[in-house]
Write a protein that binds this ligand. Structure first.
Ligand code: DGJ
Length: 749
C-alpha cells in the first residue's frame, strides 16, 4: 500500500486506494457471485462487477480490507441463497443508480427512449494519471503533474450503452478528493438523464451530525448544526443560483466535533446554480451522502455519441475538527481554484457609492466622494447601480449598457479621467445577466428573456433574466460590457445578479436543460470577459451573497458577501463564510450607522475590525462623516496596509465561535479569530464582544497556530510565550459596551 501520497490499484484484493496527507479513501470491486445471479461469472459477456465504497477517514498504512463491503450479507436469512434485490438494497455503491432496487438516494437516474427508468452500473476499467484534466466549460480545481494525481474509473450500463466515468483527483499535502462524473451515450438510442450527482459516498457511520450554511437575503451562511436521524435530510437550491437560503456545502461530523477535535467530512460543490446535498441514514444505519446539480427541472437528453459532464464536488476529511477542515478548504481554494492575478495582491481600498447615494447620484456627487476619499487614503471609487439608460430606481434600463449623460456628462471616459486625476482608480457595477421590460433591449428582443412561451413571466425587482443559453444573447452581453470597459480606464467590475430564475422556458432551449445551460452561459461570459481584460479585478455579487460559491471563485478573487453590512450581523455571516472560504475572498465594507438594514449603531472602530477580516472598503457617504470619523477612516486604511498581507496570505483560525458551531451553550456572545503568518512570525487577533455584561471578567482566549517555542510581543511591550498563549490563554483587555472590539498584533521576537 502506498504510504505517502498517490493512487494505486491492488489487483489481488481488487481495491483502489487514494492516499493523502492524513486521510485514505478506498473502493473495492465485487463480483457477480455476491449477488447470487445465475450465469457464468467467468464469461466476460455475463460477468458483472460492482464498485463499492469501503473507507474514507483517517490515514491507513497497513492495507485495504474488504470487510466493509459485507460480501456475505446479501441473502435475507441464514442459509438462503444470495439475492439480487437484497444486494441492491444494501450494497454501499460507490456511485448509486436508480430503478433497479437501490432505494436510497440515487446519483444517476436515467430514462430510456421508451420512457422507462432503470440503470445498472457495473465496473469496466480504470486509469491512473498524473495531474488533473480540465472540466470543459466548468469551473474546477487544478494542479500540476507533480502535485496532483487522478484516478478515472469507467462504469457501464450495458443495456443503455452508457459509460459513466468517475474521476477522483488528490492534491499533495491536502486531505482533499475532487470528484466529477462524465456520462457518455455509446449506445444507439437517445436516453434522458434525470439526475446526475457528482459525488456519492456511503459510510458505515452512526450518530453523526450535519452542519450546513443556511439563511436568507442579508442573512447568508448562518451555521446550522443538527443530528442525523433516520430518513433523509436535503438542502439545496432550485433558484438557478447557489442562493442565500442554502449553500452548496455540507459537513458530516462526529457528535464530539469541535474546533480541534473530532472527525469532519466536508463537501463543497464547485458550481453556482441549483444544487442538492442530501444525506440519508439508511435502514442499516449507514450514511449515504450525495451532492450535485439539483434534479429539479433537470432533464438532459443524450443522443448517441453525446456526453454530459457533472461539475466537481470537493471532499475534505479532517480528523482535527472544524479547524482542520477550514484550513484545508482555504488552502485548496487559494492554491488550486482561484486563478485571478489579484489572488496574492493587496486589493485597492475601495469606496462604493451604493449605501451612500443609492440611485441618487451624478458626476459631481461622485467626484465629491472621490476627493474626500482620496484625502483619507482610499484608492478606488466604485460607481454602483444607476449610471446607465434612464435608470433612477430599480425599475428600468437593465440591458441598456449606455451611460446616462444627464447624470454623467461627458460619459464614462470623462468620469474615469476625473476620478483618475483625483488619484483614485475607477470601478463600475454591471448586472449583465438581466433585462428590464422597460429597456430598449427588451423592446427589440422580447424573446431574449427566459420565459415559458404563452405564459407571462414573473418580474422580480422589475427585471427578467436573459436567456444565456443562447449564443447571440451571450455575444450581445459580452460586447455591451466590453464596449463600456474599452471606453474608459475601468479597473474593477462588480458583476451583480439580483433575481432567481423562474418561468423556465426558452425560445430555443429544451425544457429541463435551461438551468444548467444558463450556468454554462454565465461561466462562458466571465471567461470571455477575463480573456479580453486580463487585468480586470472582478468582484462577483448576487443581491449580496446569493452566488458566493467556489464556482464563482474560479473567475473572481473576491465576492460581495452580503448586503447586510451591520458589523454585528456580519460576525455570524462572516464566520459562516470563513468556515470554508479564506478572508481574501470575502467582500467586506465599513458602512454608516444606524445601519440601513438593522438600525443598529456600532462603534466605527468595530466596523473597521470586522471589514478588515475581508477585502476591506467603505460603503457610505464619506462627505458626511465627522472630522473624528474621517480621522478613523485614515487610521483604518493605514492599518489595512499594515495587516492585509497577513490577513490575505496567512492561516485563518477561529478562536471563539459566535455561532451554532460551538455546542457550549454557556459561551459568552463574542467572536474572535486570528490570522497567523505562514512562517508564524506574526499574528493578528481580532475580538468582538457582541454584548457587554455587568460584573463579567475579561475573557480568556486560547490562541492557535503560533510557534510554541517562540516568544511574541504586542506593540505595548507585553511579552508572551507561544505555548502560553495557546495553552494558558490570552486574557483580553477589559472592554465596555455592546459591539466593542480589540485588535492585537503579535510579532515574534
Ligand atoms: C445588490 C448588491 O448586493 C448591492 O451591493 C448593490 O450593488 C445593489 N444590488 C444594486 O442594485
Amino acid at each position: 500500500m502506498i504510504k505517502d501520497f498517490g493512487i494505486e490499484y491492488n489487483n489481488e484484493n481488487r481495491c483502489f486506494t487514494l492516499q493523502m496527507e492524513h486521510s485514505t479513501y478506498i473502493m473495492g470491486i465485487v463480483g457477480a457471485d455476491i449477488t447470487g445471479q445465475t450465469g457464468d461469472p467467468k464469461d466476460p459477456a455475463e460477468r458483472k462487477d460492482y464498485l463499492g465504497h469501503i473507507y474514507y477517514g483517517k490515514k491507513l498504512r497497513s492495507g485495504a480490507g474488504r470487510g466493509l463491503l459485507r460480501e456475505k450479507d446479501y441473502s435475507y436469512m441464514e442459509g438462503m441463497p444470495k439475492d439480487k434485490c437484497t444486494f441492491m438494497d444494501g450494497f454501499p455503491f460507490e456511485y448509486s443508480f436508480g430503478g433497479t432496487g437501490d432505494f436510497r438516494p440515487n446519483s444517476l437516474e436515467v430514462r430510456n427512449a421508451d420512457g422507462f427508468t432503470g440503470c445498472e452500473l457495473t465496473y469496466k476499467t480504470y486509469r491512473i494519471l498524473s495531474g488533473k484534466k480540465k472540466l470543459e466549460g466548468l469551473p474546477a480545481t487544478f494542479g500540476t503533474e507533480e502535485d496532483t494525481a487522478t484516478l478515472e474509473i469507467d462504469l457501464e450500463d450495458r443495456a443503455l450503452g452508457l459509460v459513466v466515468t468517475l474521476s477522483y483527483s488528490i492534491f499533495r499535502g491536502l486531505d482533499v478528493v475532487a470528484r466529477s462524473v462524465r456520462v457518455e451515450n455509446k449506445g444507439n438510442a437517445e436516453v434522458t438523464l434525470e439526475k446526475v450527482l457528482s459525488a456519492c459516498i456511503e459510510l458505515p457511520w452512526e450518530n453523526r451530525e450535519i452542519v450546513t450554511l443556511s439563511g436568507s437575503w442579508a442573512r447568508e451562511r448562518f451555521i446550522d448544526r443538527r443530528p442525523i436521524g433516520h430518513g433523509r435530510i436535503e438542502v439545496g437550491s432550485k433558484r438557478g443560483i447557489s442562493s442565500h437560503q442554502e449553500h452548496p456545502f455540507m459537513a458530516v461530523v462526529t457528535e464530539d466535533a469541535g474546533e480541534t477535535r473530532g472527525e469532519v467530512l466536508g463537501l463543497s460543490f464547485v458550481y453556482s446554480g441549483s444544487f442538492v446535498a442530501e444525506v440519508e441514514r439508511t435502514q442499516h444505519d449507514a450514511l449515504r451522502v450525495g451532492m450535485g446539480i439539483s434534479d429539479y427541472d433537470f432533464r438532459w437528453r443524450l443522443a448517441p455519441g453525446e456526453g454530459f459532464t457533472a461539475p466537481e464536488v470537493v471532499l475534505c476529511y479532517s480528523g482535527e475538527g472544524f479547524g482542520g477542515m477550514t484550513g484545508t478548504f482555504h488552502k485548496l481554494f487559494r492554491e488550486h481554484l482561484i486563478r485571478s492575478p489579484f489572488l496574492h495582491k493587496k486589493r485597492p481600498v475601495l469606496i462604493n457609492n451604493w449605501e451612500a447615494t443609492y440611485f441618487d447620484f451624478n458626476k459631481e456627487k461622485l467626484l465629491e466622494i472621490a476627493r474626500v476619499a482620496k484625502s483619507a487614503g482610499i484608492e478606488m471609487l466604485v460607481m454602483d447601480d444607476g449610471w446607465f439608460g434612464h435608470r433612477s430606481s430599480d425599475n428600468s434600463s437593465l440591458g441598456d449598457w449606455v451611460v446616462n449623460e444627464e447624470k454623467l456628462p461627458g460619459g464614462m471616459k470623462a468620469l474615469a479621467d476625473a476620478v483618475n486625476e483625483i488619484g483614485l482608480k475607477l470601478g463600475v457595477w454591471f448586472e449583465p445577466e438581466m433585462v428590464c421590460p422597460d429597456s430598449d433591449l427588451y423592446r427589440e428582443h422580447p424573446d431574449w428573456a427566459i420565459a415559458i412561451p404563452g405564459r407571462k413571466n414573473s418580474e422580480c425587482r422589475s427585471q427578467f433574466v436573459l436567456d444565456l443559453t443562447r449564443k447571440e444573447v451571450r455575444d450581445y452581453v459580452v460586447q455591451a460590457v466590453a464596449k463600456v470597459l474599452h471606453s474608459a480606464n475601468i479597473e474593477y467590475v462588480k458583476w451583480d445578479m439580483n433575481r432567481p430564475l423562474t418561468d423556465l422556458g426558452s425560445a430555443v432551449t429544451a425544457g429541463g436543460e435551461i438551468l444548467h445551460r444558463y450556468m454554462l452561459g454565465v461561466y462562458e461570459l466571465q471567461e470571455r470577459l477575463l480573456a479580453e481584460f486580463p487585468n480586470l479585478l472582478l468582484e462577483n455579487c448576487s443581491s449580496g451573497g446569493a452566488r458566493f460559491d467556489p464556482g464563482m471563485l474560479y473567475y473572481s478573487p473576491q465576492i460581495w458577501c452580503s448586503d447586510d453590512t451591520d458589523a454585528i450581523e456580519r460576525l455570524s455571516i462572516q464566520e459562516g463564510t470563513a468556515l470554508i472560504y479564506p478572508p481574501s475572498v470575502i467582500g467586506a465594507h465599513v458602512s454608516i450607522c444606524p445601519n440601513h438594514l438593522v438600525g443598529r449603531t456600532t462603534a466605527f472602530s468595530t466596523r473597521g475590525v470586522v471589514a478588515l477580516a475581508g477585502t476591506f472598503g467603505y460603503e457610505l457617504d464619506i462627505t458626511r462623516l465627522s472630522e473624528e470619523e474621517l480621522r478613523q477612516v485614515s487610521e483604518q486604511v493605514q492599518l489595512y496596509h499594515q495587516v492585509n498581507d497577513l490577513v490575505r496570505e496567512g492561516d485563518f483560525y477561529r478562536i471563539k465561535s459566535v455561532s451554532a458551531l460551538s455546542k457550549n451553550k454557556n459561551d459568552r456572545p463574542s467572536y474572535a479569530w486570528m490570522s497567523v503568518a505562514r512562517d508564524k512570525s506574526e499574528a493578528l487577533l481580532s475580538y468582538v464582544q457582541v454584548r457587554g455584561g455587568a460584573n463579567e471578567r475579561s475573557e480568556v482566549l486560547y490562541l492557535a497556530g503560533l510557534d510554541p517555542e517562540a516568544v511574541y510581543t504586542l506593540p505595548d511591550g507585553r511579552v508572551f510565550g507561544g505555548d502560553w498563549l495557546m495553552q494558558a490563554g490570552f486574557v483580553t483587555d477589559k472592554i465596555w459596551g455592546d459591539g466593542a472590539s480589540s485588535l492585537y498584533h503579535f510579532t515574534r521576537k
